[in-house]
Design a protein around this ligand. Structure first.
Ligand SMILES: *Cc1c(COP(=O)(O)O)cnc(C)c1O
Length: 235
């Protein structure tokens, strides 16, 4: 085993233990929660190591980087992985993301939804999507649909051929207690579920708050630095 692979194996095992413990504390099954390992800023070789260590889902947040990295993966590795796009999307890039993304978690407006639907249809496939909800209601500019507009966006997305509405996603507000934020997300998720019974996913929880997310009902975690190590500051 290379040093890097051993390092990734050790951190992945630590995160797995945290996830397992949090599931037990919440009275949930470990199989209710999918770990998406966020590999942004790290090379394709790391993705190959992670796949070899049993990782099934990876996340990326920049179109150019994700596109290049996914194309660099050996075909057999790529075929075994589900690639989640989790970053902000411009509507003119949306169709291109469907070249490599199996899931787009960061869908937050109708224009982007239409671009994704067009790309998926051109490729004759169906794209899984979750709606990114802005839990700060416009205060931070990190993207996301405002809570008051979730229902209408969900309706719009559900009506588009090429997209399958799988659920909701959010990032906890920076520097604030994640517990009320994730509880709010859980409520918004239940409202979406009432209208769209297939939208069972709730993507929440990162390196620092995955326990709170699991307690609030998260089905998908997006964990980067706790597994890959620290990365250069973004933007
Ligand atoms: C980078 C990123 C993550 C992972 O964050 P960590 O704190 O490194 O675990 C999760 N979600 C989104 C949307 C991200 O951009």
């Amino acid at each position: 085993m290379t040093d890097r692979r051993a390092e990734l194996a050790a951190r992945l095992a630590e995160v797995d233990q945290r996830v397992e413990r949090a599931c037990r504390d919440a009275g949930r099954g470990r199989d209710e929660v999918t770990l998406v390992v966020v590999t942004k800023f790290f090379p394709a070789e790391d993705v190959v190591h992670l796949a070899g260590l049993g990782v099934t889902d990876v996340g990326e947040n920049r179109h150019q980087e994700a596109s290049t990295k996914m194309a660099e993966l050996p075909g057999d590795v790529r075929a075994e992985l589900r690639a989640h796009f989790i970053g902000q999307l411009q509507s003119n890039k949306a169709a291109a993301v469907t070249q490599y993304a199996d899931v787009v978690q960061s869908l937050d407006r109708v224009k982007v939804a239409r671009g994704l639907a067009r790309g998926a249809q051109e490729r004759g496939r169906v794209l899984d999507v979750t709606l990114q909800i802005d839990l700060e209601d416009g205060a931070d500019g990190r993207g996301g649909v405002r809570p008051a507009e979730v229902a209408s966006l969900a309706e719009e997305v559900a009506g588009l051929e090429g997209l399958r509405l799988r659920g909701v996603m959010a990032v906890a507000p920076l520097g604030a207690d994640p517990v009320p934020a994730f509880e709010r997300l859980g409520e918004l998720h239940r409202a979406v579920l009432e209208q769209h019974p297939g939208a069972t996913w709730m993507s929440a929880g990162m390196s620092g708050d995955l326990e709170q997310a699991i307690a609030a009902g998260a089905t998908h975690l997006r964990v980067g630095s706790a597994i890959l190590g620290s990365r250069p500051p973004q933007r």
